[in-house]
Design a protein around this ligand. Structure first.
Ligand SMILES: [Mg+2]
Length: 246
């Protein structure tokens, strides 16, 4: 049974989130003259991430809103609890500008989107906020590749919940067995998609150069580059009928 649609994860699958975040934080900390004070690039980045993770956990737990989350990151990183809201907002705003100036796709993203365009329908399924992802896709110049951008905030469910995958399939008017999900997280993306009845492709970029790597779990196809995807989908007979992939 041919695949009718590819449902894409975005961050760290098509969009180099980790690289963009690193480059943006470095540009910001350099521009603010903060690298030396924090022991150089790697130490400063480590602190940047530690502060982000701690504060983001509070945001996810609903303890603080987005604005206060950003202010807390500025105050904690700088070690200046008395920094005014306006100063903290300005500091974080300068980081956002550097981050967005660092946005980049992976080199294999546009080629695969173009190669698949005549063959299958394509849409995005992301756990991030719709407004953020819509804007990101527009800035990166690939919004036109997708007939829909389906995100957890509007679906009401986040991956790996089956409801998130089913909501996306329903939005496309397809059954899960007609749809391939491609994502970088083995648990959230690949296993979630498999367990929801979709065909699951796990993009293991870190596995490139490591040889065959570990066998992926049953029902999950592993690729190390998006360049492998068209071939995998063309050979969809070998990709596995829904009855065997479950
Ligand atoms: Mg991802």
């Amino acid at each position: 049974m041919p695949v009718r649609a590819v449902l894409w994860d975005l961050d760290d699958t098509l969009f180099d989130y980790t690289g963009s975040d690193r480059a943006g934080a470095l540009r910001h900390l350099r521009a603010e003259g903060l690298l030396a004070a924090h022991g150089g690039e790697e130490a400063a980045l480590e602190r940047w991430r530690a502060v982000m993770e701690t504060e983001f956990a509070r945001f996810l737990a609903g303890e603080v809103g987005l604005l206060d989350h950003r202010r807390a990151r500025a105050r904690t990183f700088l070690g200046t609890p008395l920094l005014s809201d306006a100063e903290a907002d300005a500091w974080f705003g300068r980081y956002i500008a550097h981050y967005e100036a660092s946005w980049a796709l992976f080199p294999d993203s546009v080629p695969v989107l173009e190669a698949l365009a005549p063959l299958v329908r394509q849409a995005v399924l992301s756990n991030a906020a719709t407004a953020n992802q819509e804007r990101k896709l527009a800035v990166l110049g690939i919004r036109e590749s997708f007939e829909a951008v389906l995100c957890a905030d509007e679906l009401g469910h986040a991956k790996p919940a089956a409801e998130a995958f089913h909501g996306a399939c329903k939005a496309l008017g397809l059954t899960p067995g007609d749809v391939v999900h491609v994502g970088d997280k083995l648990d959230i993306d690949a296993l979630g998609a498999r367990d929801a009845g979709l065909r699951a492709v796990w993009l293991d970029r870190a596995g490139a150069g490591k040889g065959a790597g570990e066998e992926p779990p049953p029902g999950v196809r592993r690729i190390v580059s998006l360049a492998e995807l068209p071939e995998l989908l063309r050979g969809t007979i070998g990709f596995g009928a829904p009855s065997t992939i479950r």
